[in-house]
Design a binder for this molecule. Sequence first.
Ligand code: BTN
Length: 246
Amino acid sequence: MIIYKEEIDSTNLEAARLSESVPHGTVIAADAQTAGRGRRGRSWVSKRGENIYFSLLLKPDFGPEQASMLTIVMALAVAHGIEAVYSCKPQVKWPNDIVVNGRKVCGILTEMQVETGAIKHVIVGVGINVNQMTFEGDGLTFATSLQKETGICKDRKELLDAVLKQFWQLYPEFCEAGTLKPMLQVYEARLANLGREVCVLDPKGEYQGEALGINEQGELLVQKADGTTEAVYAGEVSVRGLYGYV
Ligand code: BTN
């Protein structure tokens, strides 16, 4: 089921408000958001009529420790969906940015509610810059849109359908395995950070190293100069390229 709103504060917030009354798999999509939310408390600029803003409400049987991996599953679905519609090959900047020509076209914000140790719901919120041509403001230095990068103006519904189709192909594989194992290779083939020097912005202390890939839990494996390897959990951490955004 897709619930469409002309304007909403945030599709993630609306999905949370509706969570008790709508079924697993419901999509809340909006033409504009007045309080779009990004990761780590940032806002998500959500202009009217140009982009895709949607949230997928899931009520999975698995445990809370698996929920963050849904960001990776959705990132792959978005990359595959974009490729199907635009015939370009987007990459993924771990964990949740989709990039085209080294610039960000999509971000994903996964939020969950847990009660007595079990998931009540997970909301996977996705913002895709589709036809927006100008980006001004703080934090938008590396932002771009699919139209800017490919020169092609596409119908947003076509792309939304393509992304959801890809997600529903990947989701059962993920649920059955309980890990990202079935999609590790395809993810790493798209991983923009792979083999690059990255700076891990961990609230407990920053460090640098080479990104080696991800493990089955979706953690980024970073080899430090002393030869040890850290498994970086997405949570509060973000990763920057040492020589630019990726
Ligand atoms: C990020 O890269 O910081 C994540 C951005 C996620 C934005 C989307 S737009 C649809 C959904 N509703 C929100 O308020 N945020 C997500």
